[in-house]
Design a binder for this molecule. Structure first.
Ligand SMILES: C[S@@+](CC[C@H](N)C(=O)[O-])C[C@H]1O[C@@H](n2cnc3c(N)ncnc32)[C@H](O)[C@@H]1O
Length: 301
């Protein structure tokens, strides 16, 4: 149940990890990127974040190995600008769930193994169970459509509301089976995939977290610093792509560590005009890299 880091070499290459550099890993997970950054030179520093306490606990051994070079923070990456005491040379975000989260049925992310209908990465707030059992049909349909891009959202929401009148949903397989009853699988893809994605994004407020983290990163990057983001579905990638595109053309930017305001329309350079994706071998070695897209920008002024 370890997490194989996705596109690790490409991430290290765009970050251009350097001796003495400070980096923020906003999605510590199994610590794959953090470990690689710490190993890249004798004096790199990482400020690592995860909203999942089990990821932070899992990082304790690495922390002991690098007591003066690794900080572990149990918080959300939307708050990443509140942590460093100095400007940093890179921020990396590997959005989404880890293999440990997906493969642990008790976390409720999987529609293949039964578990409580939870889906919270941060173990606080509303669960997926609260939502499917209490939200009005229209709101459920909207969530499934917006965050799952599921065309059959109304049919699925109707089925959920009908079925919960008999007995509330408590497990992932109950929900998956209800979806299977109204929607056949297509192209070998489980018909519950999009609905589970939608609920997960909603439960964890993932898109707002991402938007806030992208803005927060701009406030902590030094000149030459790189923001690298890996996304795994089109909703996330669109946000990252548009954010970076708009920024490269932006006219004005303030850095809280800089004495003055930079007024230049080329303060940011796009390092990935075309997103970096896994090649066939990488996908064979690590199927979770199949949908990954890596985009990066560098502050040049
Ligand atoms: C795909 S995994 C990261 C894997 C990591 N790069 C590695 O190599 O092991 C994503 C991690 O980000 C965390 N995460 C997701 N959204 C977050 C957020 N808004 N704030 C903090 N952590 C978040 C998840 O809990 C999960 O552990």
């Amino acid at each position: 149940m370890t997490h194989i880091p996705v596109l690790l070499d490409s991430v290290l290459s765009v970050l251009n990890v350097k001796s003495g550099g400070w980096y923020i890993d906003g999605t510590f997970g199994g610590g794959g990127y953090t470990r690689a950054i710490l190993q890249a030179a004798d004096d790199t520093h990482v400020i690592a974040i995860d909203r999942d306490i089990t990821a932070i606990q899992g990082g304790q051994a690495l922390q002991k190995q690098y007591p003066d070079r690794l900080e572990l923070h149990h918080t959300t990456f939307s708050r990443l600008d509140t942590l460093p005491k100095r400007a940093v040379d890179g921020v990396v975000l590997d959005i989404g769930v880890s293999s440990m989260q997906i493969d642990t049925p008790e976390r409720g992310f999987s529609f293949q193994k039964d578990g409580p209908l939870d889906m919270r990465m941060g173990q606080s707030g509303l669960t997926a169970q609260d939502i499917v059992n209490t939200y009005p049909e229209k709101q459920l349909a909207d969530i499934i459509f917006t965050y799952g891009e599921e065309k059959a959202s109304r049919r699925i929401a109707h089925k959920i509301v009908q079925q919960r009148q008999t007995a509330p949903f408590t497990t992932t397989l109950q929900l998956a089976n209800a979806i299977h009853a109204v929607m056949p699988h297509s192209n070998g893809i489980d018909s519950a995939t999009r609905t589970f994605q939608a609920l997960r994004i909603y439960v964890n407020d993932e898109l707002n977290e991402l938007r806030q983290a992208l803005s927060a990163a701009l406030h902590v990057l030094s000149v030459g610093g790189v923001l690298a983001v890996l996304s795994f579905h089109s909703l996330e990638d669109r946000i990252v792509k548009n954010f970076m595109k708009d920024l490269v053309g932006v006219k004005e930017h303030t850095n809280k560590y800089a004495a003055s305001t930079t007024q230049n329309n080329s303060a940011w350079e796009n390092l990935t005009p075309k997103a970096i994706q896994a090649d066939d071998k990488q996908v064979r070695d690590n199927p979770r890299s199949r949908s990954a897209k890596l985009r990066a920008i560098r502050r040049i002024k």
